[in-house]
Ligand binder design. Structure first.
Ligand SMILES: CC(C)(COP(=O)(O)OP(=O)(O)OC[C@H]1O[C@@H](n2cnc3c(N)ncnc32)[C@H](O)[C@@H]1OP(=O)(O)O)[C@@H](O)C(=O)NCCC(=O)NCCS
Length: 176
């Protein structure tokens, strides 16, 4: 599979229907890792994956996977959601690693690739990331990809049954 961009250990490509079985298996192994932090219901069946993939038709959302160059296996996913064009050219990133490969630096490499791709190829000017204050792993990855903290929004998003406070992080073209 060819990549949109690649770094030392990972490549970036769009999520495709052929990823269904792998993503479903990875999501199933990662329910505990994702549960406290990700909104929405986990995608753990083929039918749910098909429906999930549908959200990337139409240009408002772009779905990517981070793949290991050594095995080709998926090490993470990154979405650019709620893309606004016009005088904003902005989107919000959502990302997740998987239980069997988390903590090895793949997401850091992948998010850096995604930021460059979003600015250079998608023509975006700003990426936002909304992160719960105690999600240290996510804060670390965002910082390493160049995001800076802009503020704090109480009760920002419904996750795992409650409205969760979030820190508001962002990176613009001028900052990288
Ligand atoms: C947030 C999340 C994607 C971060 O993934 P991750 O696996 O920790 O990120 P990385 O792959 O970049 O790994 C980073 C760690 O690997 C370590 N690491 C190990 N080997 C490494 C190597 N060869 N190169 C670089 N880093 C390496 C780093 O030191 C780093 O640890 P640190 O953050 O404690 O300093 C993951 O925790 C996750 O999926 N969480 C649940 C979903 C979620 O929270 N999404 C974000 C919502 S805002």
């Amino acid at each position: 599979m060819s990549y949109l961009a690649y770094a030392d250990r990972v490549g970036l490509r769009h999520l495709v229907m052929e990823d269904a079985a792998e993503i479903v298996a990875l999501n199933r192994e990662s329910l505990d890792l994702h549960g406290p932090w990700l909104p929405g219901r986990p995608v753990i069946t083929h039918e749910e994956f098909e429906s999930y993939l549908g959200r990337f038709e139409g240009g408002a959302h772009e779905g990517f996977v981070i793949c290991r160059l050594d095995t080709g296996g998926i090490a993470g996913r990154i979405n650019v959601n709620n893309i606004i064009r016009g005088t904003h050219q902005a989107g919000t990133v959502g990302y997740a690693a998987y239980a069997s490969t988390t903590g090895r630096g793949y997401m850091t490499e992948g998010l850096r690739l995604l930021v460059a791709y979003a600015f250079e190829e998608l023509g975006l000017h700003r990426l936002e990331a909304n992160i719960q204050p105690d999600n240290t792993a996510s804060l670390n990855v965002a910082k390493r990809a160049g995001f800076q903290r802009e503020g704090f929004s109480p009760n920002f998003q419904l996750i795992n049954g409650a409205w969760r406070d979030h820190e508001r992080w962002a990176v613009t073209v001028e900052m990288v």
